[in-house]
Write a protein that binds this ligand. Structure first.
Ligand code: CA
Length: 227
């Protein structure tokens, strides 16, 4: 788990880094808003701890820009005791939680753990390749934001392909795992091919980038670009 700490006060930054590292996290410290903004774009983090009072670009500005650009990393903001307005503004801007300085370290750890749990849950309930997205809770599938109507079988097939994206999936795997045919007494190849053709028509119809590819003699692969 990687955490980005954006904090200009060296003493506080060092204490956070040491404390979090002792808990097994990897920690990168940015000492200004600019640096924090740059790092959060260059690298991936599981949580960002962001001080609001920073020289140059403020924490609020950093957060606003990140969210505008679609960076969804959970953000925990740190704010001074009397800056209630900042706090409210921070949450409006897209922070996930805040902590008032000075805070107790165990409290910070608890908040970070909660954000990590939330992040993982969101991830597990949504599958995605390129602009094709599947929500496992609402069972909604979209490509480029437009909803696709899939049958239950097509949904199951696509879910399997999404979970194995960039890997070649054979007809044997599909028969066993999607159709739940333990033995291949009844060859399913034709059935699989028919469903695959229908699914391909729905997800790749009229759209520039093909996502579902046939690997001749082997099976299928779901990925952006040719296998
Ligand atoms: Ca500060």
């Amino acid at each position: 788990m990687r955490i980005l700490v954006v904090e200009d006060e060296r003493k506080v930054a060092r204490a956070l880094k040491e404390g979090l590292e002792a808990e097994g996290y990897q920690v990168v410290v940015a000492e200004s808003g600019e640096e924090g903004f740059f790092l959060s774009h260059q690298e991936t983090f599981d949580v960002i701890v962001l001080d609001l009072m920073l020289p140059g670009r403020s924490g609020t500005e950093v957060l606003e820009t990140l969210r505008r650009r679609g960076v969804q990393t959970p953000v925990l903001i740190l704010t001074a005791r009397d800056a209630v307005e900042d706090r409210v503004q921070g949450l409006d801007t897209g922070a996930d939680d805040y902590l008032v300085k000075p805070f107790a370290f165990p409290e910070l750890l608890a908040r970070i753990r909660a954000l990590l749990r939330r992040g993982r849950q969101d991830q597990a309930l949504r599958l995605k390749v390129s602009d094709l997205e599947m929500d496992l809770v609402t069972r909604r599938v979209t490509r480029g934001g437009s909803q696709l109507e899939l049958t239950a079988r097509e949904f199951g097939l696509l879910e399997y392909l999404l979970r194995h994206q960039r890997q070649v999936v054979s007809r044997e795997m599909l028969a066993r795992d999607v159709w739940q045919e333990a033995s291949r007494a009844t060859p399913l190849d034709n059935v699989i091919d028919v469903h695959m053709a229908r699914l391909r028509k729905k997800i790749d119809a009229d759209l520039g980038v093909k996502l579902l590819h046939t690997v001749r003699g082997v099976g299928f692969v779901l990925q952006e670009g040719e296998p």
